[in-house]
Ligand binder design. Structure first.
Ligand SMILES: [Zn+2]
Length: 205
């Protein structure tokens, strides 16, 4: 199964495409539409799963809805406007109008892809990871990155204790390959990187 990685403007967030499913779309609608059309995927992408609603991962979501894809995001990130309108003033969160509200624990099956939604708050209240248990793949958004790095907690809605708890939850998974929201993909043995991130976060945060 091929996972296409697309590095998107404006902040180099990773977008991933697995058959008819996209995970995160970046912040530039024109850019992602051009990419999709160049790769002849315009009629193929049926779902966009957002790891969280920060603009650099999510702002282009309406372009995907425009080509008929259904958009899923955790309800806590979709609803944050009501409790924290200042976050929008800073252009941090996208006002996503999703087709599917996630809460965590859902399992989506598409042909040969099976994605489990794991709620991992901390970087944002509605951050989620998508886990393919059979392949041991984790799409981790801005919760955890390669080299034991993890997401910042100083943005509106961020919470250090929650991030540490979320990382702990991820250490319990069997993960070979890590597809993070920025920077490099970890090709194998990613569980080690997640444990490292948990240990560093516990010390630093
Ligand atoms: Zn983020």
């Amino acid at each position: 199964m091929r996972v296409q990685r697309v590095v998107t403007p404006p902040l180099a967030a990773n977008s991933y495409i697995i058959k008819d499913v996209m995970i995160d779309c970046g912040g530039d609608a024109e850019f992602i539409l051009k990419y999709i059309s160049k790769k002849d995927l315009t009629k193929k992408i049926k779902y966009l799963f957002l790891t969280h609603a920060h603009f650099d991962h999510a702002e282009a979501y309406f372009a995907l809805q425009g080509i008929g894809a259904k958009v899923a995001v955790h309800s806590a990130d979709a609803e944050i406007a009501k409790s924290n309108p200042a976050a929008y003033g800073m252009l941090l969160f996208t006002r996503v109008n999703p087709d599917i509200y996630l809460t965590g624990g859902e399992i989506f099956k598409f042909n040969s892809v099976k994605l489990e939604v794991i709620h991992t708050p901390g970087h944002s209240p509605g951050s989620v990871c998508y886990y393919d248990r059979d392949r041991k793949w984790l799409f981790s958004g801005d919760t955890v990155f390669a080299f034991g790095s993890f997401g910042r907690v100083d943005l509106p809605g961020g919470n250090a204790v929650e991030l540490i708890n979320s990382l702990k939850k991820l250490t319990e998974l069997d993960v070979d390959r890590l597809y993070p929201g920025h920077d490099d993909v970890v090709e194998d043995g990613a569980k080690r990187e997640i444990i490292k991130a948990y240990e560093i976060a516990r010390r630093l945060l």
